[in-house]
Design a protein. Structure first.
Length: 302
């Protein structure tokens, strides 16, 4: 079992905080601790259906709002309300890949955007012909529905490039991984965008659903030295993602698990996933704290 550690002896780090979130934000449970003055805030949003999703909202020290993925269609109303309570203006929205548990919420919002303002949407999507060959008809439809919603809303997807740095007020997002069309095993997951968020105080590595093959490509790339981070979003919801070696290179202090209860326990050890194995890997790294979506909404001061 993974246990929260009370102290870290192998690192020096600035203590994190999880601040209490106002009850107006849908009454989800939030974990709390103490911390110095933050230079930004990250929220890990829970699924509204108990399924696995990837959904993160970040407010930097300059007040700009950044969203990572967003979840399924049934998560859209929750996400919309959350963004509304943060000012209803998204400065940048990043899509890791077009599986439904990552993009359906944004597709729904783009089709019915209301008063929400979204400045830019970023991604690195495989070609449609490639998707037809290497993914299911359902996944292909998810991507085409997303593209149609972009067009309907008048937005253009900003295609990301390796090494690109996107500057915000008090924060930078660096692109370390984009689509990998040569990887046809676990194909779309292995084309997940990998990006590193750096604030004045901390770094966060977002992995989407990257698989072992995509992770190995990153380890062999010039961006290997940029993988080490204070926080890591556990790839593919904490199961069947990147390798143990990959996490050892990241060497995180904190883990962000976009993981529902049934997947966290691997259906009490009876499921086919590798969640329990990955949990053991992270336990060996003496992680300071695990933020798990099954426990509700988490607010983290960076």
């Amino acid at each position: 079992m993974i246990q929260n550690m009370k102290a870290i002896t192998r690192r020096q780090f600035t203590s994190m905080a999880v601040a209490v979130i106002p009850a107006s934000i849908l009454g989800n449970k939030v974990l709390a601790s103490s911390q110095k003055m933050p230079s930004g805030t990250l929220w890990q949003l829970p699924s509204q259906t108990g399924s696995q999703i990837n959904s993160y909202v970040i407010r930097n020290s300059g007040g700009e709002l950044i969203v990572m993925d967003g979840g399924r269609k049934k998560d859209a109303a929750y996400l919309r309300k959350f963004i509304l309570e943060q000012g209803n203006h998204v400065h940048a929205w990043f899509i890791s890949h077009t599986h439904l548990d990552h993009t359906e919420a944004l597709t729904e919002i783009l089709n019915n955007s209301g008063d929400m303002k979204i400045d830019r949407i970023y991604g690195s999507l495989p070609d449609d012909d490639w998707m037809k060959v290497h993914q299911s008809a359902r996944s292909f439809k998810t991507q085409t529905d997303f593209k149609a919603a972009l067009k309907k809303s008048g937005h253009e997807l900003m295609d990301l490039s390796l090494g690109q740095q996107i500057k915000f007020k008090g924060a930078t997002i660096e692109i370390l991984g984009i689509r990998n069309p040569e990887l046809t095993v676990n194909a779309v997951n292995n084309s997940s965008v990998v990006c590193r968020l750096d604030t004045d105080g901390h770094s966060v590595l977002f992995l989407g659903d990257l698989g072992v093959e995509g992770g190995d490509k990153l380890l062999a790339s010039p961006y290997r030295d940029r993988l080490k981070a204070d926080y890591v979003q556990m790839s593919h919801h904490g199961q069947t993602g990147v390798s143990e070696e990959f996490y050892q290179i990241v060497d995180p202090t904190f883990c962000l698990w976009p993981t529902p209860a049934w997947l966290w326990t691997n259906k009490n050890g009876t499921g086919p996933w590798k969640t329990l194995e990955v949990r053991a890997w992270m336990n060996a790294l003496s992680i300071e704290k695990h933020y798990i979506a099954k426990d509700g909404l988490h607010q983290i001061n960076l």
